[in-house]
Design a binder for this molecule. Sequence first.
Ligand SMILES: Nc1ncnc2c1ncn2[C@@H]1O[C@H](COP(=O)(O)OP(=O)(O)OP(=O)(O)O)[C@@H](O)[C@H]1O
Ligand SMILES: O=P(O)(O)OC[C@H]1O[C@H](OP(=O)(O)OP(=O)(O)O)[C@H](O)[C@@H]1O
Ligand SMILES: O=C(O)c1cccnc1
Length: 478
Amino acid sequence: MELQNLTLHTDKYQINMIYAHWKMNRHNNIRVFDAYFRKNPFHNGYSVFAGLERIIHYINSLRFSEDDIEYLKTQPENYDEGFLDELRNLKFTGTLYSVMEGAIIFPNEPIIRVEARIFEAQLIETALLNFMNYQTLIATKASRIKQVAPDDLFFEFGTRRAQEADAAIWGSRAAYIAGFDGTSNMESGKRFGIPSIGTHAHSWVMDFESEIEAFRAYADVFPDKTVLLVDTYDTLKSGIPNAIKVGQELEAKGYKLKGIRLDSGDLSYFSKKARKMLDQAGLDYVSIIASNDLDENVILDLKFQGAKIDSWGVGTQLITAADNPSLGGVYKLVARKEKERYEPVIKISGNPEKVTTPGLKTVYRIINKQTNKAIGDYIAFVDEDVKNAKQLNMFNPIHTYIQKTVKEFDAVEILKPIFQDGKQVYDLPTLKEIRTYHNEQLSLFWEEYLRKLNPEHYSVVLSESVWKVKTDLMASKS
Ligand SMILES: Nc1ncnc2c1ncn2[C@@H]1O[C@H](COP(=O)(O)OP(=O)(O)OP(=O)(O)O)[C@@H](O)[C@H]1O
Ligand SMILES: O=P(O)(O)OC[C@H]1O[C@H](OP(=O)(O)OP(=O)(O)O)[C@H](O)[C@@H]1O
Ligand SMILES: O=C(O)c1cccnc1
């Protein structure tokens, strides 16, 4: 895949900060940043991580071109020539840990940790958050949608309504990670190997003298792949009867009509009528696909009404995350490396949820050995031995009354090394592997945490050492 250079895809204040660091000769100081978010979107109980592949491509192609440098020269900041030379030589030399795409993740735990020269670590904040926030948001929305009808097929139809091309392309990949089955976007199909699918539009029908001619013509061209859109004129009186006629004609030629698509009106009523009419005509194998501003709530309601729909085309609501259009992921400085020691740093806030958690940390998923289900996530300093601990005190830093001691557990570190000293040490998994990993991850959680309405709160806790450093630092700053 062609790598796109997005080095200037950053906020100006990042460039100005790294310039000021350079002027003060602080730019080589090693710093640690954590990326995390504070609240699940859509009132969901979890989020689904996506965006890592693009972050890896971005970091691997991090280079200021001469064009970029020329642009920087036009800026009123009047950056020194020495700084521009430093930029000319820039590449990522740091270490980056991340959870894997498809992972189930929760608020307030590091999902990406960057340890690098401040010069690099500061520069990449904007793009890294941009990729992580959008793709994780869409994967989470897709997961909610898929969950309401796990045995049905879901197709991503949102390109025309997406916030421009990148969102459409990477959004359809995010949806596929979280369980969608295909996309209408051909570029995503080509780039990522996602199954691409398509029916036809109303314009196809309107371009012929009659609906039946339009259906026949399409079936002639695609005799074994035809899905007919039946709502251009009158769904019950002409659309479905004409589709049945064409289905029977196809049968006579040894083919099978694949499906019909409903795109307006009462989708429950029409689908039940359509199913009956198709079955009575011997076309019980013809599937019914629905579209029209669908989201997880409408689909759930249609399932509840007993709609006879097998496949769902979901566009606008998914690709724009319409009911919660951003994920508020942040990237915070958590430690300064001084002479081989990591000095934890903190950002204080009146809102306890916004106080940062200091130090060089990692995240363990604590799994009950008997049930093989996740109990909670445990944030500890990297040098704490969590895996071999006899017992853990799961102590919630915000809701301090929540405490439990766990004994028979496996601690699985969910942050994985992606770059070590600038070198990529992580082999990119295939999308198939990512989908499998996602499903394995889902199976680690009790359904109480996964349900779409009022899910149980999943515990994300701090080790006692992290909590102590945090409270001591808070006390020292107040
Ligand atoms: N049985 C149903 N129960 C609940 N919601 C439904 C049902 N049937 C359709 N819907 C949803 O109701 C909304 C109907 O929107 P709208 O009134 O704009 O569509 P329409 O008039 O049928 O079609 P269009 O305007 O696209 O020709 C859509 O989001 C659709 O998915
Ligand atoms: O509704 P979405 O979930 O976004 O799914 C994609 C929509 O795009 C197409 O409609 P079109 O662009 O022709 O316009 P329409 O929505 O007015 O039918 C298609 O027929 C779906 O209705
Ligand atoms: O193939 C389809 O039916 C389709 C594709 C994009 C948007 N709406 C429908």
